[in-house]
Each structure stands twice: as structure tokens, then as C-alpha cells.
Design a protein around this ligand. Structure first.
Ligand SMILES: [Fe+2]
Length: 385
């Protein structure tokens, strides 16, 4: 038995942004509250969004103060603005952080309560205001997921919050919004989406629907990620990455992520490493650790990514997967925590707390090989570099 949840409307393709007002009209939405960040204001992209809305007679309120890894304080500030705005929906416009902020305030808008109340394993299913997600990076897949992440600055914990209240009603998936984005951002967000696809496929909660989406994502992302980084204006590569990231988001929203994400969030929380980058630091070692427990599944990943032949045995295919993940990190200049500038002493001191937070998030329990606390600590030691 599997339960599948998806956005009510997904508009996908180059130029899909222009169809946002029509999709809003299909849902009876008229007064949007836009959540975005300063960079997207500066780059003129927010003006582009507002112009699309205004051309359809829609006036938007804009909150542009979101920060990377949104904190409780920023979410509360955005919520306060939303309450005064009289808006009937929330548009998350940007990368994962604006979309996650939009989801959190939409869920709280009609029923204000402390944000940590929504932390996993709590489930927030009853909808608040409808969420509209318009991603400008090919990465988080947040436009298709029933998750949001808010950082509790008091405990330095990235709180995973789950439930249908966070699943966007409308997703606009327009790869043209990602054109020209810098290589580092493209690499980090691209590896995040590849990690979503692999983790959804090997997850203990995988099902036939999530498998199809995960395999599709791997087929799209793996052959295009290097091109999208090296040639930021390559439309075909950008489109493949955007659709791949979206399919990966659908996959993990319906199958969950696993050990890589569980271990990645604390690295982001304590050391402010971008989310995709901390995934990339972990992916090769965690895959090597997990593969013996799901050899056939990881071999399928290698074949979908195009790094192993269809007729190659599982053991050989998994070896090629591990080679490819190492090569990808090298080609995309992914640092180790040490070469990223993290002090060994601080890392070692925080490893037990990071391992505790990883397990508490619940994600590692979906891993094909469930790691004991000391094994997670050992993996943190192994990847430090
Ligand atoms: Fe992720």
C-alpha cells in the first residue's frame, strides 16, 4: 500500500511563469503574498514575477527578507507581514529557503502556534493558506514536497517539518528561471536533487510510483549536471536539470530521504555549509556504507545514471556508481569539511550532537542499512577529509 500526494496544479516548461495567473484563477486565488530574497530582487527576477501578476490585475505584497537556512525569527517576521497583508495565498519564489519560508508561514497563518510544534515526527496535514511554489533553482524539489525545514537558532537544529499543509497547491516549474545561474549554485543544487533521487529509490518507504519518478530524475540529472555547470546558458541541460529536480522532489516527498539527508542537516545547522554541498560531502561514503544492504537498488541507480551497462552485474554496477559519485565531486570541486575550512577540533566536538540530531530527524530510519549511532559518528569522521 502506498499513499501518493502531489500538488493540485503543476505547470511545467520554459515560460511556464506566464501561466501563474491562470493557475491562480483555477484555484480562486487573488491576493498573493510573495516570499523571496534580496538577491532575487536585485537581479530583477522579482520584478519579472510582479509584472506577470500585475498584467493579470493581481497586486502582490512582497517579503524579500528571507535568509539561507530560514530561522524561526525570520519565519515569524514573515508571518507578521503576512497577517497584516490580507493575502489569500503565499507564493514562494526562489531557491529552497524562500519556498520553505513560504510553506511555514502559510501553515501557521490561520492557526498561529510555536514553530517547533511542527517538528518531525509531528504531522501538519490540515492546510493553512494555499502555497504556490515557483523555484528559481533546479535542486530542492520543494515545489513538489510535503516538507519544510526551519532552523531553530536556539538549539542550532534544522527542524524537519512534514505534512500536507506544506505541499504546494500550485507548482510552476520553469527552467528559464534557472538560466545563467552560477556554476557553484548549479552544482550544489544539482547534487541535492541527485541525492533526493538516489535516497528515494533506496528508501525503505519506496514504492512503484516514487521509483518511476526517482529513476526518471536520475536519467535526467546525471548526464546533464556537468554541462549545466560548465555552460550556464545551455537550455537543454537546464531543462533536464529542472525537470529532473522536480521528479526527484516528487519521488522523495512520497518515499522520504534517508541517511545522507539525516546527516547533512546538522552539518548545515552547525557550520552553515549549503545544503547540497553537505549532501555531496556525504554521498560517496554513505552510499558505500549502505550499498551492501541494497545492492540491486543501487545497481539500478548506476544503470539509470548511465554509468553501468544494463547487462552488467549488480556488484560491478555498484562499483561504477561509487566511482561516478567520487568523480562527480572531483569534477564539481566539492570540498571536504576540512578543505571547506571547518576546524577538526570543532568537528570532533560536535560529532556526537550531529549524530543525535541526524537520528532524531527520522530520515536515517529509512536507509536500507540502518546505522547505529556509533556508525554515524564513524561516517562523520570518515568524510571529514
Ligand atoms: Fe535535499
Amino acid at each position: 500500500m502506498a499513499t501518493i500526494n502531489l500538488p493540485r496544479i503543476i505547470r511545467i516548461g520554459g515560460g511556464a511563469l506566464a501561466e501563474l495567473p491562470e493557475a491562480m484563477a483555477q484555484c480562486g486565488l487573488k491576493r498573493p503574498f510573495v516570499v523571496t530574497d534580496g538577491f532575487l530582487v536585485q537581479s530583477g527576477m522579482v520584478a519579472q514575477l510582479v509584472a506577470v501578476l500585475e498584467a493579470a490585475g493581481l497586486t502582490a505584497q512582497v517579503f524579500a527578507e528571507t535568509v539561507p537556512d530560514p530561522t524561526v525569527a525570520v519565519v515569524e517576521q514573515a508571518l507578521e507581514s503576512l497577517r497584516w497583508s490580507g493575502s489569500d495565498c503565499v507564493i514562494g519564489f526562489g531557491g529552497g529557503s524562500p519556498i520553505d519560508t513560504a510553506k511555514a508561514i502559510a501553515a501557521l497563518a490561520l492557526d498561529p502556534r510555536p514553530i517547533p510544534v511542527m517538528k518531525a515526527p509531528a504531522m501538519t496535514d490540515v492546510p493553512g493558506l494555499p502555497v504556490i511554489a515557483v523555484p528559481t533553482t533546479a535542486g530542492t524539489g520543494s515545489e513538489a514536497t510535503r516538507f519544510t525545514i526551519v532552523t531553530d537558532e536556539a538549539s542550532q537544529e534544522k527542524m524537519l517539518c512534514a505534512g500536507l499543509a506544506f505541499l504546494p497547491t500550485i507548482a510552476i516549474v520553469d527552467f528559464e528561471l534557472t538560466m545563467g545561474k552560477p556554476a557553484r549554485l548549479t552544482a550544489d543544487t544539482g547534487i541535492d536533487s541527485l541525492t533526493h533521487a538516489i535516497e528515494a529509490y533506496v528508501s525503505r518507504r519506496a514504492n512503484a510510483f516514487s521509483d518511476a519518478m526517482a529513476l526518471s530524475a536520475m536519467k535526467l540529472i546525471a548526464p546533464n549536471i556537468r554541462t549545466a555547470c560548465a555552460a550556464p546558458d545551455n537550455r537543454a541541460a537546464r531543462e533536464a536539470m529542472m525537470v529532473g529536480a522536480h521528479h526527484a522532489g516528487i519521488a522523495f516527498s512520497n518515499a522520504s530521504v534517508a541517511l545522507v539527508h539525516g546527516m547533512s542537516r546538522p552539518i548545515g545547522a552547525f557550520f552553515h555549509v549549503p545544503h547540497g554541498l553537505s549532501n555531496a560531502m556525504l554521498l560517496p561514503a554513505v552510499t558505500a556504507f549502505s550499498a551492501p544492504s541494497a545492492l540491486g537498488r543501487y545497481a539500478d541507480c548506476a544503470r539509470a545514471m548511465g554509468v553501468a551497462h544494463q547487462d552488467e552485474g549488480d556488484q560491478a554496477a555498484v562499483a561504477r556508481l561509487l566511482e561516478e559519485l567520487a568523480a562527480l565531486n572531483a569534477d564539481l570541486s566539492v570540498p571536504t569539511p576540512r578543505s571547506h575550512g571547518i576546524s577538526a577540533a570543532q568537528w570532533d566536538e560536535l560529532v556526537p550532537e550531529m549524530a543525535r540530531q541526524a537520528v532524531a530527524s527520522g530520515s536515517p530510519a529509512n536507509n536500507p542499512r540502518v546505522a547505529a549511532l556509533d556508525e554515524i559518528e564513524a561516517l562523520y569522521g570518515e568524510v571529514f577529509g
